[in-house]
Design a protein around this ligand. Structure first.
Ligand code: ADP
Length: 363
């Protein structure tokens, strides 16, 4: 079983603030698992602890039932792919890919078959004799991947491997990496700060901020059911409004926003919405596509279930219109189907969130 278990992992480099703060998670056998978060949140530190390049200050790391916390990197059986590829530029493709096997004293014949197989997996059969500097960035990254896979590692670790590629190549290569990983079936931990990359590639994602783990889940689950306001804002776009739980009914909550209006949110079992009680401080995540825009009915205020905001500007994007609004001190965003009847800049409107898709998050 090539699962990876992190149990209460903390890393303090110096000083008192942990760079990684009590993280526990399990990467399943064969899973493509991504550590996602903004720069400096502790992703690379976590990956390097899994690789064994740095030791956790406390906590336990297991591969399957093997405790590897104190093992040096070369005894952990991991393959690593870096942002800068770290290829040997003066060697050909074979020279680069065979490297890990030579280090392990694998026999000549076996080296030949394993290199050929690794190159086939990454779609570079026929490139064995090419020099590294004759390859495109995307091909170089696939050589790096072949070099990591050829040793048949129990865990493949990838640290922002696409950051040096331009946008178009990045999208192509991410799809290829995903296919290659599925073909090889290797348990993989991937680090990125790019949420769309994480969503497109991963079986599951761990969202991190400032050394802490905010949520672990499948891409859709994290998008639809963010656990915290940070996750709601970081994954896709969201309007996050804070307030206090004012009433708990059998199937929905009423939340009195700091701005004064009351909105409803459904109670969903095993999520924060089912755990809060009257008086708790929460935030509501409203995705831009779940807001309807109506004309105001009164000179001031808003009816229950709506908030009153001022249109700052509208943008026609083809299939839809993006409306930027101001609500108190906060900027809000709504995307609506295109219409000839857009609200004017400076106009007050009522925003009616789709109650079924209003989501309660930790503030
Ligand atoms: P990420 O990969 O998410 O960008 P890192 O794991 O590289 O984040 O860094 C997390 C935090 O730990 C940052 O505040 C960073 O400055 C700090 N850090 C990383 N490496 C070291 C180091 N070798 N010594 C001291 N602090 C470090």
């Amino acid at each position: 079983m090539n699962s990876v278990d992190l149990e209460n992992i903390t890393k303090v480099y110096g000083g008192t603030t942990p760079s990684v703060d009590d993280i526990s998670l399990t990467v399943g056998d064969g899973e493509f698992f991504t550590l996602l978060g903004p720069s400096g949140c502790g992703k690379s530190t976590t990956l390097r602890m899994i690789a064994g390049f740095i030791s956790p200050t406390s906590g336990t790391i297991r591969f399957g039932d093997r405790d590897v916390t104190k093992l040096p990197p070369h005894k952990r059986d991991t393959g690593m792919v870096f942002q800068n590829y770290a290829l040997f530029p003066h060697m050909d493709v074979t020279g680069n890919v065979v490297y890990g096997l030579s280090m392990r004293h694998v026999g000549k014949e076996e080296k030949r078959t394993r290199v050929a197989k690794a190159l086939e997996i990454v779609g570079l059969d026929g490139y064995a004799d090419r020099r590294i500097d004759q390859l495109s960035g995307g091909q170089q990254q696939r050589v790096a991947l072949a070099r990591a896979l050829v040793i048949e590692p129990s865990v493949l670790l990838l640290d922002e491997p696409l950051s040096n590629l331009d946008a178009k190549l990045r999208e192509e290569t991410r799809a290829q990496i995903r296919q290659i990983q599925q073909r090889a079936g290797t348990t993989s931990v991937y680090v990125t700060h790019d949420q769309s990359e994480a969503m497109a590639m991963s079986d599951r994602i761990a969202v991190m901020s400032a050394g802490t783990l905010h949520q672990v889940g499948a891409p859709r689950e994290i998008y639809r059911r963010p656990a915290t306001s940070f996750v709601a804002r970081f994954i896709g776009r969201s309007n996050v409004l804070e307030g206090v739980v004012e009433g708990v009914e059998s199937r929905r909550l009423a939340v009195r926003l700091d701005g004064g209006e009351a909105l409803f949110a459904p109670i969903v079992a095993d999520t924060l919405s089912s755990q809060v009680v009257k008086g708790d401080r929460v935030a509501l995540s409203l995705r831009p596509e779940t807001l309807r825009i109506d004309p105001v009915e009164e000179t001031t205020g808003a009816p229950v279930g709506a908030i009153r905001a001022t249109v700052r500007m509208s943008e026609f994007t083809g299939s839809s219109c993006v409306i930027w609004l101001r609500y108190g001190e906060q900027d809000l965003l709504a995307t609506i189907p295109d219409t000839d009847d857009l609200p004017r800049d400076g106009e007050d409107v009522l925003l009616r969130p789709d109650t079924g898709r209003t989501w309660v998050v930790a503030p």
